[in-house]
Design a protein around this ligand. Structure first.
Ligand code: PEP
Length: 255
């Protein structure tokens, strides 16, 4: 059985004091619950304060991006080792916003995935089609390309660290959600490509999260789908109560 994972992507929100407050609210409410894996992903500048706030809880820390090189002349960037030093164990890679606004290519994202694995960070590789691509019937082709390129050359002994997040671009921050059927169809399609990329046994173990306007009202139905193993939550992760309601929905589904 794949354990449900609920991750909050705070994007460019919360300064270090605000992050500490929100992280503490989540950590204190959840304590050491183990029904659901819960990860919060604050901006780089708030990783340290959030790490302190979740100490002694079961909540884990993730970053929203990283550079594939270990160190060097890459102004404004942070490496996997720097994230590990701040107690991050997860990292979101290839988010739709990074692909769109920062023109990140599949190849560059793949370098990041491999560097994250090399530092034993769990990469959450984001894939997803735009509205135009969906309407022109290209959604499956686009997602297949992103998955194959993003997971190229993953070493077999590190494949169990990989997480995938299907986030249709048209559903991110728009209030529009893929229907459970639409999401399940894509998740199943993605899983179908995993044996060749990560190995047959691992394909069944890899968690594929859904992201795109997930909220308490739609979380249960999405999480009940066979191949939806969690959620990557943007807007609804910025308010403790709302995020915790999604975690509760996930716990219910896993019982
Ligand atoms: C995201 O940024 O990963 C996301 C899914 O955002 P939202 O939940 O706001 O659509």
């Amino acid at each position: 059985m794949r354990k449900i994972l609920i991750a909050g992507n705070w994007k460019m929100n919360k300064n270090s004091a605000e992050a500490s407050e929100l992280a503490a609210e989540i950590a204190q409410t959840l304590g050491r619950q183990h029904e659901v894996d819960v990860v919060i992903c604050p901006p780089f500048t708030a990783l340290e304060s959030a790490a302190r706030a979740i100490e002694n809880s079961g909540v884990k820390l993730g970053a929203q991006n990283m550079h594939p090189e270990r160190s060097g002349a890459y102004t404004g960037e942070a490496s996997a080792e720097m994230l590990r030093h701040l107690f991050a164990t997860y990292v979101i890679l290839g988010h739709g916003e990074r692909r769109e606004y920062f023109k990140e290519s599949d190849e560059f994202i793949n370098q990041k995935v491999l560097a994250a694995l090399n530092s034993r960070l769990k990469p959450s590789l984001c894939v997803g089609e735009t509205l135009e691509e969906r309407e022109s019937g290209k959604a499956f082709e686009v997602v297949e390309r992103q998955v194959k390129a993003g997971l190229a050359n993953v070493p077999a002994d590190l494949a169990d660290l990989v997480i995938i997040a299907y986030e249709p671009v048209w559903a991110i921050g728009t209030g529009k959600t893929a229907t459970p059927d639409q999401a399940q169809e894509m998740h199943q399609f993605i899983r179908g490509h995993l044996p060749a990329l990560l190995g047959e046994a691992q394909a069944q173990r890899t968690r594929i999260l859904y992201g795109g306007s997930m909220k308490p009202a739609n979380a249960r139905e999405l999480l009940r789908q066979d191949d939806i193993d969690g959620g990557l939550i943007g807007g609804a992760s910025l308010e403790g109560r709302t995020f915790l309601q999604i975690v509760e929905a996930a716990a219910e589904v896993s019982r």
